[in-house]
Design a protein around this ligand. Structure first.
Ligand SMILES: CC(C)(COP(=O)(O)OP(=O)(O)OC[C@H]1O[C@@H](n2cnc3c(N)ncnc32)[C@H](O)[C@@H]1OP(=O)(O)O)[C@@H](O)C(=O)NCCC(=O)NCCS
Length: 175
């Protein structure tokens, strides 16, 4: 578990599944993903996150607010399974329920994940990626001190050709 001033980043529990499904079915949260998720798809995604923790010892932590909401989304580290010019790599990522946006929670949690990546895992570099138009996510990346180069723009192999979200940006942060 990691802790910040306002948040706990912890492993997942059964009770996280309903609020996770709710945010995965929210069009505002899923604007920059190819589709919203059904309850079954959301549960499957959560299982993949748990398996990732078992395999790597780290992952996309469930985030709770100290003295507040028990699950607001995830923030953490992930090893992408697709191949691109920057893989293999460890990416940092985030997805919060809409009602918890605009309070600095994603950036606060991500700072703790960055420290874990460099101080505990001793990684040399982490990356972050998102659709070109996802300005909110890109602002989190910039706040973390990550840098962007258009030379790293890429076509996400998991998104169909011709889809508007296929073109993605990559941000990098070195230890
Ligand atoms: C990406 C996402 C996590 C960003 O959420 P966010 O609320 O903009 O980011 P933070 O939690 O770091 O909050 C920062 C914002 O809160 C504001 N803020 C308000 N009160 C604050 C406080 N007390 N402390 C810090 N920031 C505060 C900041 O000014 C900042 O707003 P700005 O970017 O307009 O300047 C959120 O939009 C999301 O979950 N999106 C859907 C999933 C997604 O697209 N994920 C990325 C795909 S790869």
């Amino acid at each position: 578990m990691l802790a910040t001033r306002r948040l706990r980043l912890r492993t997942w529990k059964e009770a996280d599944l309903p609020p996770f499904a709710a945010l995965n079915a929210d069009p505002r949260v899923m604007e920059f993903f190819p589709k919203m998720l059904s309850r079954a798809e959301s549960d499957e995604r959560a299982s993949q996150v748990v398996e990732h923790f078992e395999r790597h010892g780290f992952g996309l932590w469930a985030v709770e607010v100290k003295g507040g909401a028990e699950f607001i989304g995830f923030v953490g580290l992930n090893v992408p399974t697709f191949t691109a010019h920057f893989t293999p790599c460890v990416e940092i990522g985030w997805r919060l329920a809409y009602e918890h946006w605009n309070q600095g929670y994603a950036s606060e949690a991500a700072c703790a994940a960055v420290a874990f990546a460099f101080d505990e895992l001793r990684l040399g570099e982490i990356v972050a990626l998102t659709a070109v138009a996802n300005e909110r996510s890109r602002r989190v990346m910039t706040r973390l001190g990550m840098t962007y180069s258009s030379d790293d723009d890429f076509e996400h192999p998991g998104i169909p050709e011709g889809h508007s979200l296929r073109r993605q940006v990559l941000y990098r942060l070195r230890a």
